[in-house]
Write a protein that binds this ligand. Structure first.
Ligand code: FES
Ligand code: FES
Length: 155
């Protein structure tokens, strides 16, 4: 079947089988920033946005994306680069495998809550596992990133 997706702002048509998952269609077509960690909906590495909301692309049939807007890490490079600097400063950018999915969740959090508490940050990030860094450094980095964005807005 043909799947019509607005992907990172561009209209795309992909071929997919009825039982293909979105992650496989994306990766097959070169969107390798979308990572396959567990392939069971448990690690968050495959997180993308569908119509602005985080979904797990390993648990979303590609046919469900037909007619929808999908954003992958490739579509948010500016924001990803900014967030990566805060992660690097806190020493939590290690193997980086979890980073694309984590960034997609941070961007969704930003959209949903203007000034999140630590508990809210952890709640929005609780589906994104990281095997390397531990989570306290990530929390500090995310808080600093969000605070810097607030400061930018107040200028
Ligand atoms: S690869 Fe999708 S949740 Fe782990
Ligand atoms: S930095 Fe390696 S899994 Fe998160």
């Amino acid at each position: 079947m043909k799947i019509n997706i607005t992907l990172n702002g561009e209209k795309k048509v992909f071929n997919a089988n009825y039982d293909d998952y979105l992650i496989d269609v994306l990766r097959k077509n070169g969107y390798l920033g979308v990572k396959k960690g567990c392939d069971t909906g448990s690690c968050g590495a495959c997180s993308v946005h569908m119509d602005g909301k985080v979904v797990l692309s390993c648990a979303t049939l590609a046919c469900r994306a037909d007619g929808h807007e999908i954003t992958t890490i490739e579509g948010v490079q500016n924001e990803a680069t900014k967030i990566a600097k805060y992660f690097a400063n806190e020493g939590v950018e290690q193997c980086g495998f979890c980073s694309p999915g984590t960034v997609m969740s941070i961007l969704y959090l930003e959209k949903c809550i203007e000034n999140p508490t630590d508990e809210e940050i952890l709640h929005y990030l609780n589906g994104n596992l990281c095997r390397c860094s531990g989570y306290q450094g990530q929390l500090r980095a995310i808080r600093m990133y969000l605070e810097a964005k607030q400061d930018e807005k107040s200028w």
